[in-house]
Design a protein around this ligand. Structure first.
Ligand code: NAD
Length: 426
C-alpha cells in the first residue's frame, strides 16, 4: 500500500484558488528559512493587466472580450506562463496560476518567473478566423508588457501552436523583432521546438513512473487511469503504454473508455472525434469522467481540467497514487482527505513541468539561434525532470511532508534566496 504523510493543510470549502495559494505560502514559510517580508511580497502579483478585446464576428457584429495577464514574480528571470481561452477565466484565476508558475519555474531551476493570462471566451464558439482576429487584437493589447526578455506567453487550455504563431507574428509586425522568442509552443516551422508538444505529457509519464517506483511498483503492468486525452493526457498515455504500463482507462470531455486488459492507445490516438465513438474503442466499456476518477488502479492521472478531485469524490478515490497532469486538479479539501487516507498526490508543479522546461529550450533556440534536435530535447528534458524529482524526493524525506509541500518548499527556498540576495527595491 502506498502511503502519504499526513498533511497539515488548512482547508476551506469553495475558497478562491488564490486564497488557497496564499495560505499555502504562509504554511510553507515555516518549512523554509525565509524572512516574513519576502513571503508577504510573494502573496501578491507584481502586476495584473486587464484589457478589452473588441472582435468583429463573422456575422458582422462586434463582441468585446475580457483578457488578463497576471505577472507574479520575476526575481529569477522574465515572466513565463500560458495563455488560456476558456469561459471562466478571471483575473484571480490568472493570479493563482501565475503564482504556481513562479514555483514551477524555480523547481525546474529555469531562469524565469511566473505569469499566466487568458481571455474569457469559449474557443469552440469561434470560427478559426474569429480566433485569429481575437488573438491578434489581444497580442496588440499586450504589446507593452510582453517580450522575449520581459514576459513570454505559451499555450494552455483552448490555445495551441497556431495561437502562438499569430502572437509571434503580431509582435514581429509591431517591433521588428523577428526572433519569435516572445512566445513558446510555436509550430516548429516558425521557430517552435521539436518535442515541445509532447513535453508536459512526457514529464507527467516520467514522474508517474518514478513515483510508482518509489512505492515499489514496477512500470511493467502498472495500472493507470488518465482523465483527459489532449496534449498532456494523450502523450502521457502513449508513453506509459510504450514503457510497459497498462493504461486501463482514458477519457475526453464527452466520457471515457475502460478495459481491465488495457485500452489500445495507439489505435485510439490514430483516430479523431469523441473517444467513445472511435472504432478502436468498440471492445472497451464506456466510463464516465466521474467514475474514471474512482477506478481501482495503481495510478490516477487527472490531465484534463482543474478542480476535479473534490471533497465529494476524494473519499471514493481507489487509486494508490495520484499524479497531477492538469494544473490544480485537486482542491485543498480533496488534498487533505487523500492525505488522511494515505493516498500520495504528486503535484502539478513537478509532474507537468516538462511543458515549461521545453519552452525554455525553445526560448534558448530563438534567442541564441541554435536549433535543437528532438533527441536533444528528450535527453535534456529527462535529465532536468529527474533532477527535479530527486530534489522533491529529498525534500519529502528530510522535511517529512507530503509531495506537494515538498515541491513547493524547494521552489520557495530558491525564489526566497534570490529575493534575499537583492533585497526590496530601491
Ligand atoms: P487539451 O485541450 O489539449 O486537452 C484537454 C483534454 O481534456 C481533452 O481530451 C478534453 O476533451 C478533456 N476535457 C476538457 N474538459 C473536460 C472535462 N470537464 N472533463 C473531462 N475531460 C475534459 O489541454 P492540455 O493542454 O492537455 O491541458 C490539460 C491540462 O494540463 C490543463 O490543466 C492545462 O493547464 C495543463 N497543462 C498543459 C500544458 C501544455 O503545455 N499543454 C502544460 C502544463 C499543464
Amino acid at each position: 500500500m502506498i502511503s502519504a504523510n499526513a498533511t497539515t493543510a488548512e482547508t476551506a470549502a469553495d475558497e478562491p484558488a488564490v486564497e488557497t495559494a496564499r495560505r499555502r505560502l504562509d504554511r510553507l514559510a515555516a518549512l523554509v528559512d525565509v524572512s516574513d517580508e519576502y513571503v508577504e511580497r510573494l502573496k501578491y502579483p507584481s502586476q495584473v493587466h486587464r484589457v478589452s478585446i473588441p472582435v468583429r464576428l463573422d456575422n458582422g457584429d462586434i463582441e468585446v472580450f475580457e483578457g488578463y495577464r497576471a505577472q507574479h514574480d520575476n526575481v529569477r528571470g522574465p515572466y513565463k506562463g500560458g495563455i488560456r481561452y476558456a469561459p471562466g477565466v478571471t483575473g484571480d484565476e490568472c493570479v493563482s496560476l501565475a503564482m504556481a508558475m513562479t514555483w514551477k519555474c524555480a523547481l525546474l531551476d529555469l531562469p524565469f518567473g511566473g505569469a499566466k493570462g487568458g481571455v474569457a471566451v469559449d474557443p469552440r464558439s469561434l470560427s478559426t478566423e474569429e480566433k485569429r482576429r481575437l488573438t491578434r487584437r489581444f497580442a496588440e493589447e499586450m504589446r507593452s508588457f510582453v517580450g522575449p526578455q520581459t514576459d513570454i506567453p505559451a499555450p494552455d487550455m483552448g490555445t495551441d501552436a497556431q495561437t502562438m504563431a499569430w502572437i509571434a507574428d503580431v509582435y514581429k509586425m509591431q517591433t521588428g523583432d523577428g526572433t519569435r522568442g516572445v512566445v513558446t509552443g510555436k509550430p516548429p516551422r516558425v521557430g517552435g521546438l521539436a518535442g515541445r508538444e509532447e513535453a508536459p505529457g512526457r514529464s507527467t509519464a516520467l514522474v508517474a513512473r518514478e513515483a510508482a517506483r518509489y512505492y515499489d511498483h514496477s512500470i511493467d503492468g502498472l495500472t493507470v487511469a488518465i482523465q483527459g486525452f489532449g496534449s498532456v493526457g494523450g502523450h502521457a498515455a502513449r508513453l506509459l503504454d510504450e514503457w510497459g504500463a497498462t493504461v486501463v482507462a482514458v477519457s475526453d470531455i464527452d466520457g471515457g473508455v475502460h478495459d481491465e486488459d488495457g485500452v489500445d492507445i495507439d489505435a485510439l490516438s490514430a483516430e479523431a472525434g469523441p473517444l467513445t465513438d472511435r472504432t478502436a474503442a468498440a471492445d472497451a466499456d464506456e466510463v464516465t469522467n466521474d467514475a474514471l476518477l474512482e477506478l481501482d488502479v495503481d495510478v490516477l492521472v487527472p490531465a484534463a481540467v482543474g478542480g476535479v478531485l473534490t471533497a465529494d469524490n476524494a473519499p471514493d478515490v481507489r487509486a494508490s497514487l495520484v499524479v497531477e497532469g492538469a494544473n490544480e486538479p485537486t482542491t485543498a479539501e480533496a488534498d487533505a482527505i487523500l492525505a488522511d487516507r494515505g493516498v500520495p498526490v504528486v503535484p502539478d508543479i513537478l509532474a507537468n513541468a516538462g511543458g515549461v522546461t521545453a519552452s525554455y529550450f525553445e526560448w534558448l533556440q530563438n534567442t541564441n539561434g541554435r536549433s535543437w534536435t528532438h533527441k536533444e530535447v528528450r535527453e535534456e528534458l529527462d535529465d532536468r525532470m529527474l533532477s527535479a524529482w530527486e530534489a522533491v524526493r529529498e525534500s519529502h524525506e528530510t522535511r517529512g511532508v507530503p509531495w506537494r509541500d515538498a515541491a513547493y518548499a524547494v521552489a520557495l527556498e530558491r525564489v526566497a534566496e534570490s529575493h534575499e540576495t537583492l533585497g526590496i527595491w530601491p
